[in-house]
Ligand binder design. Structure first.
Ligand SMILES: N[C@@H](CCC(=O)N[C@@H](CS)C(=O)NCC(=O)O)C(=O)O
Length: 313
């Protein structure tokens, strides 16, 4: 198998989720640091439009979204598992809640004026302005939680996680599962990226102790890599990563071979366009050709993403 390449940046919570999964599974990986805001020409050479962070590259296969990345890493390294047999459904549902509801409450709390000021302390004012404008464009059409509402919700969610940790080391038992990684990353942002906001965690000591256990999993074995090298790996790669499920699931009336776009349902509307070459129960695969990256297979989970046919011209 080709090397695992993670495209990410240090302050990205969803990247921290994946970095810790790589650590838990003790995997070796190549690290490409991507920009936190647009423009992202090297990212989009590989993804064909998707601009969110992180994404995973294996040869000429590009996997978007941390939920799909968890599935791919589980396939590559099944032990220790992210999806314990006894809690398979629950673990995924809890992870999905954490990646959406918990994440947005935590971030609205984290990035209220005091947190945002601390995050950009020492940076030129243009940096904060550019970041704000970039994220405002990404969140067009989304309901923004007000800080007071977000704070109350975040406190309740922390108490619920604290309750889950009563008598056990991880949220669903004695070992971490996908839900632990998903619950952890928004809290990590409070604690590590905006420590000025981290006091909210003090009321839930079991959460703090669990966060220490999560952090101790580490990030695996990391080698620095450049975007140029990653694009070269892609263009030199003769596919294909084995797919464990090629069954076509017809939901949209769009046959394989059609030109399609896939875009996130919320936050970051940039779409990827290509030929639909697979649509399994859980994911889409688009084949596209890029001037620099060559033929790329870009994969998305179905959940959270909208598939549309491109009307013929
Ligand atoms: N559902 C996505 C969410 C990814 C996401 O929102 N990532 C944030 C950073 S943590 C992002 O993309 N921010 C804008 C950017 O990095 O360009 C996933 O699970 O990967």
């Amino acid at each position: 198998m080709s090397d695992i390449i993670l495209h990410h940046y240090p302050t990205s919570p969803f990247s921290e989720k994946v970095r810790l999964v790589l650590g838990y599974k003790q995997l070796a990986w190549k690290s490409v640091i991507v920009p936190a805001i647009m423009p992202k020409p090297d990212v989009q050479a590989l993804t064909g439009g998707y601009r969110k962070t992180p994404f995973l590259q294996i040869g000429s296969d590009v996997y978007c979204d941390s939920a799909l990345i968890c599935d791919v890493l589980e396939h590559i390294q099944p032990t220790p598992t992210l999806y314990p047999e006894s809690h398979k459904g629950l673990a995924r549902v809890l992870a999905q809640w954490a990646d959406t509801t918990l994440f947005w409450s935590a971030m609205a709390y984290n990035l209220q004026p005091k947190g945002a000021a601390a995050m950009f302390d020492g940076a030129p004012p243009e940096a904060a302005k550019a970041f704000g404008a970039d994220r405002a464009a990404m969140s067009a059409g989304m309901t923004r939680l007000r800080p007071a509402d977000a704070t109350a919700a975040y406190k309740s969610y922390l108490r619920r996680i604290n309750d889950m940790l009563d008598g056990q080391d991880f949220v669903l038992g004695s070992a971490p599962c996908v839900a632990d990684f998903a619950c952890y990353h928004p809290l990590w942002f409070s604690r590590k990226r905006v420590p000025v906001m981290a006091g909210i965690l003090d009321a839930t000591p079991a959460v703090l102790a669990w966060m220490d256990r999560m952090a101790a999993l580490g990030h695996g074995s990391i080698e620095k890599f450049s975007a140029t090298e990653a694009i070269a790996v892609c263009s030199a790669s003769t596919r294909a990563t084995a797919q464990n499920d090629n069954t076509f699931q017809h939901e949209h009336g769009i046959p394989l071979g059609s030109r399609v776009t896939v875009a996130a349902e919320t936050f970051g509307p940039e779409a990827t366009e290509g030929e639909l070459v697979a649509a399994t129960r859980t994911r889409y695969t688009l084949k596209r050709v890029d001037a620099r990256a060559g033929t790329v297979h870009v994969h998305f989970p179905r959940i959270g993403y909208a598939l549309r046919a491109v009307p013929p011209v």
